[in-house]
Design a protein around this ligand. Structure first.
Ligand code: FE2
Ligand code: FE2
Length: 268
């Protein structure tokens, strides 16, 4: 199978890049499925029914989230009504929504999608992603419960991300980071067959501070005061990770970063 994962979709430029490039990429790489992180899709913060609809309409099969999950009103209801929209699975029991979903490809293959959030340098009260992963790996098997598994690890610290990647090696098709909005140059297949990239990068305007305009961000660094952030409005670049999997085992046979748009060099 060929699966594409897209990093944090940031505001209107990110959504436009996804709408523009995903149909092309589906055809070019004969994609069986697309997963995208949508935590910044609504004006840079959270997700709404409208932005989720737009992302799905572009050809995305499942949407993951992160620390901005609940930034918009109505997300609890949206999560309840949208089985393929998930938030980090290691949120405390009782949190709205779910952290694991699956979808069936046109060829009838089942793709599992798990969303996790790190705890290093992210100030939120959540359960341990490693303990959660250990329990999940004990009860779910790649190649049996699903034909492929994509794990979005929403992390700030690279050390936590690479450690999670190592922890999952052999149990997922792709473990890929989101949240920093900057793509890392370390896409590779780990020794036991799981593809890994510390951060897929953002789908959004790279002439900005992580999707927010420099005009609105710089006052926060230069002075104290009540400053807000405003989304950037320039053309978006799409960033993601493409993984090819073995049909029998679900493990990765190849991984390749994807970058398309005006600001970043295209990945070779
Ligand atoms: Fe985030
Ligand atoms: Fe983000």
């Amino acid at each position: 199978m060929n699966l594409l994962f897209l990093g944090d979709i940031a505001a209107a430029p990110g959504r436009a890049a996804v709408a523009k490039y995903v149909p092309q990429l589906r055809a070019k790489y004969s994609l069986d499925g697309v997963v995208a992180n949508g935590e910044n899709s609504a004006h840079g913060r959270g997700i709404t029914a409208e932005t989720a609809r737009e992302i799905f309409a572009a050809g995305v099969d499942a949407i993951t989230l992160g620390d901005h999950t609940f930034d918009q009103k109505g997300t609890e209801e949206l999560l309840a009504n949208t089985p393929t929209l998930i938030r980090p699975a290691n949120y405390p029991p009782g949190s709205a929504g779910r952290g694991f979903t699956s979808f069936t490809t046109a060829a009838g293959k089942r793709v599992g999608v798990l969303n996790l959030q790190g705890r290093v340098f992210i100030a939120q009260q959540i359960d341990c992603p490693f303990q959660y992963s250990r329990n999940f790996i004990e009860t779910h098997k790649l190649g049996k419960d699903y034909d492929a598994l994509v794990v979005d690890i929403h992390t700030e610290a690279t050390a936590e991300a690479v450690s999670l990647g190592h922890f999952w090696d052999g149990h997922a098709s792709l473990v890929v980071g989101t949240h920093t909005h900057i793509p890392t140059a370390d896409a590779h297949v780990l020794p036991k067959g799981t593809a890994y990239q510390t951060d897929a990068g953002m789908c959004g305007d790279y002439n900005s501070s992580l999707g927010m305009s420099f005009e609105s961000v710089l006052p926060n660094f230069l002075s104290r005061g009540r400053h807000g952030f405003q989304p950037a409005t320039g053309e978006g670049t799409l960033c993601g990770t493409l993984v090819s999997t073995d049909d029998a085992t679900g493990l990765a046979t190849a991984v390749k970063p994807i970058r398309l748009g005006p600001n970043l060099p295209e990945a070779q």
